[in-house]
Design a protein around this ligand. Structure first.
Ligand code: ARG
Length: 284
């Protein structure tokens, strides 16, 4: 895996035709991380987690973003909310405006107001309370002027309409069919404003046909890389931070001019999450 190349803060850096744009991220330390309930097939309450290791791995992810020149803000973790480390699920921020999250499962529901409170204090233009069930950037992925929206396991299709009306950005609904890939961000990675990578088998035939039509050149992940949550990646347009075990995906990215940066988040994987799950992007 390529080492992180430190770049100076708030400047664009380019390699070949790829350009890295500095980002603002929100993360939540895994201080209270645990697998104490099972709401997706990855979670096994009998396995146990190493919270110290989880924290160390998470710190490495944060340090990776900082070394790449990005800004990382933190939300205070709350006791009793073991999945709060998955900041992506806390909302959707586009063009300085936010929509809060409303979680599917009772266990995570209090995270909605916690993230909403943070967003309200973040100096954004507008913060809207959600009407329909939506799990933030877990199921809403921004690709240029388009929002790809997942449904099937968590986010209600009503929320897709809600996002389109709120932000005035076209929202495209995609049907997820494999319970291992219960959030869109476990099945599809946004690489830049026009480029994505995805695992075809995670989508219904119709939604797969839509992806093929929209992104005929997309990177296709194999099952092995998909099942280490290799697609749960965060790209700045050049550097793609992804689980280090997704080696074929990293090779494909490198061949396209991206700089794959592998990180090991094996503890968070026990809850069914990885890089992208742990990261909310605050888009100005
Ligand atoms: N245990 C969490 C859940 O099932 C993991 C969330 C992962 N987040 C994500 N953006 N995919 O809700």
């Amino acid at each position: 895996m390529t080492a992180v190349l430190p770049v100076s803060r708030a400047t664009e850096s380019a390699v070949g035709e790829r350009v890295a744009r500095p980002r603002r991220y929100l993360m939540c330390p895994p201080e209270h991380f645990a697998v104490s309930y099972a709401i997706n097939p990855w979670m096994d309450v009998t396995l146990g987690v190493d919270r110290t290791l989880a924290m160390r791995q998470w710190e490495t992810l944060r340090a990776t973003y900082l070394a790449l020149g990005h800004e990382v803000e933190l939300i205070t973790p709350q006791p009793g909310l073991p999945d709060m480390v998955f900041a992506a699920n806390g909302g959707l921020v586009v063009e300085g405006r936010a929509l809060g999250a409303r979680f599917t499962h009772a266990e995570r529901r209090p995270e909605g107001p916690a993230y909403l409170a943070w967003l309200t204090g973040a100096g954004l233009k507008d913060v809207a309370e959600p009407v329909h069930v939506n799990e933030g950037e877990g199921d809403f992925l921004v690709v240029g002027d388009l929002v790809l929206a997942g449904t099937g396991f968590r986010t209600d299709p009503g929320a897709h309409h809600e996002v389109q009306e709120l932000f005035g950005i076209p929202v495209l609904s995609l049907q997820l069919v494999d319970p291992r890939f219960y959030h869109l961000d476990t099945a599809l990675a946004v690489l830049d404003d026009t480029d994505v990578a995805y695992y075809p088998e995670a989508f219904s035939p119709g939604s797969l046909a839509v992806l093929q039509r929209l992104f005929p050149e997309a990177v296709l992940a194999n099952e092995q890389d998909a099942t280490v949550l290799g697609l749960n990646a965060v790209s700045d347009g050049l550097n793609v931070v992804l689980p280090s075990a997704a080696t074929d995906l990293a090779d494909q990215l490198r061949a396209r001019g991206y700089n794959p940066v592998g990180v090991d988040l094996s503890e968070l994987l026990k809850a069914g999450g990885s890089v992208k799950c742990a990261t909310m992007e605050i888009r100005a």
